[in-house]
Design a protein around this ligand. Sequence first.
Ligand code: ADP
Ligand code: MG
Length: 781
Amino acid sequence: MTSFREAAAAIRGPLEFALRGEAAAARVHDLVPTLRSALEAAAALWIPPEAKKRLGEACERLGPELDLAGIAALAKRLAPLLAPEFSTRMLEAPASRVPGVGPKTAQALARKEIATVEDLLFFLPRAYEDRRAIVPIDKLEVGRSACFAGTVTRSGVVPLRNGRRFFEAIVSDGTAAVQLKWFRGLPHFENRLAPGTRVLVAGEVRRFRFAKELHHPDVETLSAETDPGELPRIVPVYSGVEGLAPRSVRRMVESAVRCAADLVDGWLPEATVAELGLAEIGAALREVHLPGTQLDPSALRERSTPYHLRLVAEELYLLQLGLELRKSALAKRRTAPLAIDDAAEANARAALPFALTADQQRAWAEIRAELARPTPMNRMLIGDVGTGKTVLAVLAAAAAHAAKRTTAVLAPTELLAEQHLHTFSRLGGALGMRTALLTGATPASERRQIARWLSDGSLSIVVGTHALFSDSVELPRLGLAVIDEQHRFGVGQRRALTQKADSPHLLAMSATPIPRSLALTVFGDLEHSVLRERPRGRAPVATRVVGPSAGREVMSALNDTLARGELAFVVYPLVEESEKQDLKDATRGFERLCKALPGVPAALIHGRMDAHDRLRAMADFAAGRVRVLVATTVIEVGVDVPDATLLIVQHAERFGLAQLHQLRGRVGRGERPGRALLIADPTTPEGAQRLAILERSESGFDIAEEDLRIRGAGEWLGTRQAGHLPELRLADLVRHGDTLEAVRRAAARLLASDPGLRARPGLLAAVERRWGARLAFGSIA
Ligand code: ADP
Ligand code: MG
């Protein structure tokens, strides 16, 4: 395949040579025919119509001979096509330029943020399917993925008793028949899979009673003549684009690759490409999208082919450059220093009801030093539940107070905001600081009062929820923004708060540990303090994972706990997609529990109920008037009930590990040890393995690390916690750790010689495109 780049070089070469002088021109005696064939070859490639026209005209103008003036004129006319920017412009052209992408499909792609030719090229497969072997249907094995061909013998919509419906198609190949089922997108299949249609099917085979079936398999309809053996053999799988069949997505990407893969320039320095032995980038794009059969499917799946590694390295290079650029931009910002002198600081610490732990002392020294600088602090404070993060925020607020500045404390829930109001009023009050609460529920008159205090400086701390960053709230003296449970907020929300003032200092707190192996990258430009020890040296929460049939064991644990006069939580999952069903589950569970424990006061709380009722139920539980609290995950943060010692989690397999770890932090907060029973029905061995970590380890860091090992960094980076980094398409910070290291060095070398990438505007633009607004703002906010 000739690329436009090569074709352009074939034109440029003889032109440049000839331009060096009369004598040289004379020596290229074949100049005209050489140029003509080069121009024709270039015009035949995939380039915009204007460019084709220009090349054609140049061809026509070539007379039998060319003098120096003629060569110069030709070179001038062709210059825009021969410049490197030309390929950049082609890559930035709308995706609809690619043959086979119509305006409608372009719209569908745009919804997936695929706008340009380049976007389409970099829409990389999320998986591969090995279709080299087509299996007879009677040889399909349950639990394995397979590919087979056959004819639809029967199909249609099947109603279920619960009112739902699914689409079913029976496919037979003469050896046996198998059922295909779809529970979504029914009408789409009705039209496509009429009886008699020949299909190629790929997917995982499951067992249903005594038969085999596939759910949502990938189906390609075959024309009567196609020999399934001729179809592409290792097939890339792209994430779904709404409104487009997987097959057409594949075709469009393939078309883009054939036209434009060779236009892409890598950014990595040649030395790094050589050092890592990476593939050429055009070849990388081709092989990643259209893998040759020689490639090992497992290497493809693990993204460890040399072709993948080239793209991985390019991606990581832009990531590292962005991190470094942002770091130096942040270092240039200015803000009011929040210094607290030694005497005031000693006073503040003496006013606390306890001495700081060693970890807290270290973190406080870091925070204090950074607040005293004229550069805004941008620090993450990470510590497991109960490690005592709040008191550090109180001390930081004292530093702001000493500098006559306000502190805003942002909490994700009203419950937590109220608890903070309490803590900050108590601890801060002893230091002469006044604290107020501002939430969506704060009446207008109170808001006006708070606004007055905020403007005259008589309010040191304002604690609140999302209401804090609404437009109507002004924070004229904001010196410090504290964001608790920072991963619960989107980047935009965090930013909205810090924009209430000119670059305030920022302290973000999180109980979700960042795994050690990610810390270097995730914190490339972010300062962080870590709290590991717990002040009260709590006993670990004894955790056991049990199956759904362990009802008796769970009940006896509950009875024992209640008999000792202690309290229990029962937690149900609640996710948006299945919210109604989840709520029903929790309600039914609550009713069953009430029947099983007659006379035991119990309450149910969930996010949908009135905040007032919820708070009252919580208060009743905290006071022991309610002994069993059934809840959806609203209790995850900010609940401190020392008498609660038993946590029961229903459907534990539906929770994230970090979330479960946070949940169990809710028990055993007092004198007596806590216990957690996770009732789970994991569908895969991997799921069971994941949960077992909680039985073994009590350290949030270990849990995060282990979770990461099992699931890869991709999922972790998909969380809001990592919202300050651009999404990675291919690279996995753990799996590609070695590449990351090499690339980090390359980025540092480049920036040492060209600090703002001023000499490389193209590269700078690429970094900016990849990072978007994240590059311009602070790394947490
Ligand atoms: P988290 O890190 O989960 O936000 P908190 O700040 O809520 O933890 O602290 C948990 C509990 O530990 C609180 O009751 C707090 O008063 C207490 N605490 C914090 N620091 C210390 C300390 N140095 N000594 C004793 N108790 C402490
Ligand atoms: Mg906290």
